[in-house]
Design a protein around this ligand. Sequence first.
Ligand code: GDD
Ligand code: MG
Length: 362
Amino acid sequence: MQALVLVGGEGTRLRPLTLTQPKPALTLVDRPFIRFMLDWLARHGVDDVIMACGFRAELLRERLGEGGGDRPRVRYLEEPEPLGTAGPIRFAADQLDDRFLALNGDILTDLDLTALIRQHEERGALGTLALYPVPDVAGYGVVRHREDGEITEFVEKPDLGDVDTNEINAGAYVLERSVIDRIPPDRAVSIEREIFPRLVGHGLYGLRLEGYWMDIGTPERYLQASWDILERRVDTDLGSQLDRGGPLIGDGARVDSEAMLRAPAFVASGAEIEAGTQVGPRAVIGRESVVAAEAAITGSVLLAGCRVGRGAQVTGAIVGAGAEIGAGAEIAPGTVIGEGARIAATARLEAGARIDPAGAIG
Ligand code: GDD
Ligand code: MG
């Protein structure tokens, strides 16, 4: 089976992290986020993946490689300009099979794609969308359908007054090749706004799937996805290494015996945790990062190569790769620090602060 994965968005809501890394290449717990998607696709028989890239395709290729062996083969297609969520399908037309999967490239999920493909075949559908129930449909595509799955209405990001369903478009579709003819060429086209509404009544189906599903496109959801992997709410290869329920410590990580590690926590290889620190509950310490004595990291992710000074407190934050946090600094919840930024000793960052890559505070 073939899959086209849309990875050309700018990841605006994850800035400043996405100013220096494309969203799919951002590390989630211990690997480029998109690898979780590739593992999931492979589990459902996908052996050929086309990455529909815009922004920073070369960085993604560097981090992800070409696959092969027991992994799906991965190709990269670069758009001359952003083509939206349907344009890339048209752009990739001569490489696509008669039937293929199309996926948003920012979802962490273990939904049953095999069941989706099966229903698609049984109904002889033109397109079949994975649907997922969420408590709050704001910011998603909302779908109404009949009992047999035939979609009667698709509304992208509707005004909330109009919504009486909790089922959303989960961003995973099985499509027949003939759908490509309906996508206008050479311009940006939104599959949600222009294509799906027009396919209603012509063989567009949905299937509600149970399991785990999360769009990782905001800082809050990126953090939640990290805890969900560590707490095994989502089925992943990484999660299956976490059976023991304790913190996971990578090869060559140095954790002082006087450090307090509270699960769920992940300390990547080469990281160093000094005495008197508190790490977790809910913490990811990236490769080669150093947490100096007496510092506390809770509900936070440090990407690779960060340095946190003595006694600093990092709570509910994401700290970009190579950033430095001075001794005694306090980083409040919701903060996102860009790659390589420097926060001075004893600085206090307000909740929700955004610090530019290589920016300096204090
Ligand atoms: N190649 C390419 N080119 N990819 C793009 C482009 C583009 O111009 N624009 C967006 N994408 C990719 C993004 O990288 C992302 O993986 C995917 O398309 C969806 O874009 P988002 O910007 O993340 O959309 P959204 O999250 O607001 O809404 C979409 O996803 C929801 C589920 O998470 C819609 O499909 C909604 O209907 C859906 O409910
Ligand atoms: Mg999204």
